[in-house]
Design a protein around this ligand. Structure first.
Ligand SMILES: CC(=O)N[C@H]1[C@@H](OP(=O)(O)OP(=O)(O)OC[C@H]2O[C@@H](n3ccc(=O)[nH]c3=O)[C@H](O)[C@@H]2O)O[C@H](CO)[C@H](O)[C@@H]1O
Ligand SMILES: [Mn+2]
Length: 336
């Protein structure tokens, strides 16, 4: 039995511990990273004697072949696609090539109906954190261009408003996104950009998202299922749907609210999903997770060339796992 004094000490200790844990948990939703920092790169300026110009050089530690970037998570898929986690890349190093090649990036977002209200917060965060120093054009797909204009959005990159049909239901919107992407890849993106990035409007960026996300075909591993066995992944398992994936197939479950690719690869992906959706409709079947089921089906047979870890679409209602060092984007908190 504890004596009275010991009990008082114990109660005080528990109170302090409880307050501390409560404080940390409350802060977790507000900050991008907990203690973890992106590696430093020192850029030095040196004088070149031939022409007297002042090119800058980047100085960084030599990669050590014996040192794995992360030991706790898979950083390379079995088909040799890198999986991007905090600690696996040096963004400044990637930026060198990016600036040299002058890639053009189209960030697409759909804001139909009441979702227009989410656009301001979304764009404030992309202005702050999306592709700093990159050539970005925003493409907003909306049925209410006047409402979007009325938001008086203050953005420092070009913003194009593309009018799309007023889809009657949520389901029609998410399925319709693939049709919009397919059509706009043909008429617009092909001329105007090198990479397309597609994001949901109910996302808020919390930390820098840069060139590390670019690749031929890039998808994000769903934060809710990344430790789940295959049998628990919410793939479409009914053979009657075009999105059908057999029980013994599938790699990861990807979330369709964030994907990236070259215009050609996005066009192919969107066309395949659109055709699957049209066929399903003709057969009077609706895939279990709408366009996301078709998206996952496509990616089983057309493997992504790069994967982004769940850091890129974290959700605050998920318990923080020890392999998540940083929340780069928080998704799904809608306040209309
Ligand atoms: C828990 C769950 O089931 N999540 C699914 C749901 O996510 P979400 O619940 O995140 O879907 P959501 O409501 O954010 O809708 C997807 C996006 O479509 C746009 N939008 C939607 C409706 C509308 O009236 N106006 C409009 O503009 C908007 O950009 C929105 O962010 O849908 C996604 C569609 O990719 C995936 O299927 C997700 O797995
Ligand atoms: Mn969403």
């Amino acid at each position: 039995m504890l004596n009275k004094k010991a009990r008082v000490y114990f109660s005080c200790f528990m109170l302090i511990l409880g307050t501390l844990i409560g404080f940390l948990l409350s802060k977790w939703s507000e900050i991008g990273s907990l203690g973890w920092r992106e590696p430093d790169v020192i850029t030095l300026t040196v004088r070149m004697p031939e022409n007297g110009s002042l090119p800058s050089r980047m100085i960084y530690g030599k990669p050590d072949i014996a040192k794995a970037p992360r030991r706790d998570v898979m950083v390379l898929s079995p088909w040799l696609a890198p999986i991007v986690w905090a600690g696996t890349f040096n963004r400044d190093l990637l930026m060198e090539e990016f600036q040299h090649k002058k890639y053009r990036i189209g960030l697409t977002v759909t804001a139909i109906g009441k979702y227009v209200k989410l656009l301001k917060k979304f764009l404030e965060s992309t202005e702050r954190y999306f592709m700093k120093g990159g050539m970005v054009t925003y493409y907003v797909f909306t049925d209410r261009p006047d409402k979007v204009k009325a938001l008086s959005l203050e953005v420092n990159r070009p913003l194009k408003i593309i009018t799309v049909p007023k889809y009657p239901t949520w389901g029609h919107v998410v399925l319709g996104r693939m049709e919009i992407l397919k059509n706009q890849s043909e008429v617009l993106f092909q001329q105007e950009v090198d990479y397309v990035v597609s994001l949901d409007v109910d996302m808020v960026l919390f930390s820098h998202i840069g060139v590390e996300i670019l690749g031929e075909l890039v998808s994000v591993i769903h934060p809710g299922y990344y430790h789940s066995p295959r049998k628990d992944l919410p793939y479409e398992r009914r053979p009657a749907s075009q999105a059908f994936i057999p029980e013994d197939e599938g790699d990861f479950y990807y979330q369709a609210n964030f994907f990236v690719g070259t215009v050609q690869r996005i066009y192919q992906l969107a066309t395949a999903c659109y055709e699957g959706i049209v066929k399903d409709k003709a057969n009077d079947i609706q895939a279990v997770v709408y366009e996301e089921s078709h998206f996952n089906k496509y990616l089983v047979y057309n493997k992504p060339t790069k994967l982004l870890s769940p850091e890129y679409i974290w959700m605050n209602n998920l318990w923080r796992l020890k392999d998540i060092r940083i929340k780069r984007i928080v998704h799904g908190e809608k306040k209309f």
